[in-house]
Design a protein around this ligand. Sequence first.
Ligand SMILES: Nc1ncnc2c1ncn2[C@@H]1O[C@H](COP(=O)(O)OS(=O)(=O)O)[C@@H](OP(=O)(O)O)[C@H]1O
Ligand SMILES: Nc1ncnc2c1ncn2[C@@H]1O[C@H](COP(=O)(O)OP(=O)(O)O)[C@@H](O)[C@H]1O
Length: 280
Amino acid sequence: MNLIGVRPALSGISGSKKLGFFSFNGGNQPINFKPGGVYQIKVAVEEKQTLKLDVKGKVDRFANGHAGKNHSHLSTIGNSTNIKWHECPVQKTDRQNLLQQRGCVIWITGLSGSGKSSVACALNQMLYQRGRLSYILDGDNVRHGLNRDLSFKAEDRVENIRRVGEVAKLFADAGFICIACLISPYKKDRAACRAMLPSGDFIEVFMDVPLRVCEDRDPKGLYKLARAGKIKGFTGIDDPYESPSDVEIVLQCNTGDCSTPRDMAGKVISYLEEKGYLQA
Ligand SMILES: Nc1ncnc2c1ncn2[C@@H]1O[C@H](COP(=O)(O)OS(=O)(=O)O)[C@@H](OP(=O)(O)O)[C@H]1O
Ligand SMILES: Nc1ncnc2c1ncn2[C@@H]1O[C@H](COP(=O)(O)OP(=O)(O)O)[C@@H](O)[C@H]1O
């Protein structure tokens, strides 16, 4: 296994799967760690480190005492030149142990009016009642601050999703169950956010609600304005929404008679329980 030039990030080593993820040339390479195993991993400038795992598969320590980042190498990331990753001793696994949960991103996508915010709030509340920490990144809300400079033209939507994806990744790294609810109309952008996280930690939820139901609801009167040509480039009217085909959870409502947001959120809770996200 050649991991030269990598920036090993020991996130995701928890739960029953004992998976470790190493950032490799910008991507994530899942590696199966076995409990009790001792692994030699070649990093950066031919430096060898021994990663020890305890019987539960948790990282015990690195033989040479640091977390295996490349401490000598300077990187160029986008327009940022000569930057270096700074590692601290308290890691994601420590924060997860503190919170007794696993950090992840629940990404809720769907048309305006499909019920994203309602499900996000219900889920947030149900998790809170179970003593689990979650935080909502709602497209509408984030556009009040961080993304106030962005419009609804295609390239701004792309940037909107990229920024929220990055923020969500930070929340997940902090150990939160981060609930991002945005229209996120383009498949490619959702896939890019998925790729930012270790496999399994990006849980996509599709609000499968047809346009006619959303338009009937129209709580903000935006569809009416869009139909009247007073809002240009409105998703579903004169701007595309690319429905996902392969997601973790589909919450469907074909008629005006849907299950409640709480029932829908319950399905997400079941998924989280089943996959072990509600324990460290
Ligand atoms: N042109 C256009 N198209 C779609 N939506 C519009 C538009 N203009 C304003 N709004 C309001 O903005 C909310 C969607 O913001 P998002 O950040 O989630 O959108 S996106 O993911 O960047 O497409 C969306 O909120 P939700 O109804 O909660 O989805 C709308 O209230
Ligand atoms: N499961 C549901 N059944 C019926 N109405 C719903 C449901 N979920 C949301 N709504 C209603 O639909 C409208 C849009 O919901 P909202 O959560 O704001 O959607 P979005 O965030 O996707 O725009 C609101 O008036 C809300 O009360």
